[in-house]
Design a binder for this molecule. Structure first.
Ligand code: ATP
Length: 270
């Protein structure tokens, strides 16, 4: 008889499909003149197209796990993360999550014209913290981000920050409280080595507080170092799910082979 699984699931994804609908197309010819021509001749515009980004993915994630998402460009990693965060609907299948997952993306919605300080408050509220909680943790968030080490950058508008500084502040806000499910999209790879080490420690703490952490990264080293499990997506389907080191090794083997095929194809001109 199969052993009973006593771990607590935090995210269950069952045969999830996500499709984007893209309106229009053929941009180069879609100028005002051609649009006018279309109206005059009553020709229909370009039809809406579907992009099937996630195709039947299933897995369960448990408390205390740090799961890396790897795969080629456009393989569906960010889409899957956004669907788990509840920001994109699934067209088919089901996604169950415990609590409200927090998505921390490089594009997380902070306001560029507001100061870092105002953004800490906004971001904290968006993460479900109360004003009192934010006030109590404000200094800790700023110190963790390290953006105030050289000058008083926190009082400047976000648009004056480098991309690394912005990413660090976003991570610091999201990591200020514990989450049942924390989803991180590439945020770590933007920071410098010191910040990376610090955020890795913080992810460890969040895991210890019984949360589940998902991390999308193009750095195989980051995935192998930070995660114990990895999901490998390719063209919207799950190619592998297992211990991070094994999945990363299989993915590296695949990318090496794909690069080899590419150069041979280029040589033969096919
Ligand atoms: N807003 C959108 N509208 C239409 N298609 C989209 C949209 N966002 C992503 N896609 C398409 O969905 C597919 C998966 O994209 P996604 O961004 O999830 O991949 P990814 O694995 O995160 O890629 P990368 O590694 O380049 O960040 C791609 O074919 C992409 O072109």
């Amino acid at each position: 008889m199969a052993e009973h699984d006593t771990r607590t699931p935090t995210v269950v994804v069952d045969d999830a499909h996500v499709t984007y609908t893209v309106q229009g197309g053929r941009a180069p010819r879609a100028g005002a003149a051609s649009a006018l021509g279309r109206i005059l001749s009553r020709r229909p515009g370009p039809a809406a197209r579907q992009v099937h980004a996630v195709k039947g993915v299933s897995f369960a994630a448990y408390r205390g796990e740090a799961i890396g998402l790897i795969g080629s460009n456009g393989s569906g990693k960010s889409t899957l993360l956004r669907a788990v965060a509840g920001l994109l609907p699934v067209n088919r299948g089901l996604i169950y999550t415990q609590g409200r997952p927090a998505l921390l993306g490089v594009n997380a919605a902070l306001m560029n014209d507001l100061t870092g300080e105002r953004n800490v408050i906004l971001g904290g509220l968006a993460m479900g913290m109360t004003r009192a909680e934010i006030e109590a943790r404000y200094q800790e968030i700023v110190d963790f981000s390290g953006i105030n080490e050289k000058d008083d950058a926190i009082s400047r508008p976000m648009r004056t920050y480098s991309s690394g500084m912005g990413a660090r502040l976003r991570f610091s806000i999201a990591a200020a409280r514990s989450h049942d499910v924390l989803l991180i999209d590439e945020a770590l790879s933007t920071g410098d080595a010191k910040f990376r080490a610090r955020s890795q420690e913080r992810i460890e703490e969040l895991r210890a507080q019984a949360g589940t952490v998902f991390l999308v990264s193009h750095s195989n080293a980051t995935i192998a170092r930070t995660c114990d499990r990895a999901l490998w997506l390719e063209a919207g389907t799950l190619r592998a799910d297992g211990p991070a080191a094994e999945v990363v090794a299989a993915y590296e083997e695949f990318t090496k082979k794909a690069a080899g095929t590419g150069s041979r194809a280029a040589k033969t001109g096919s």
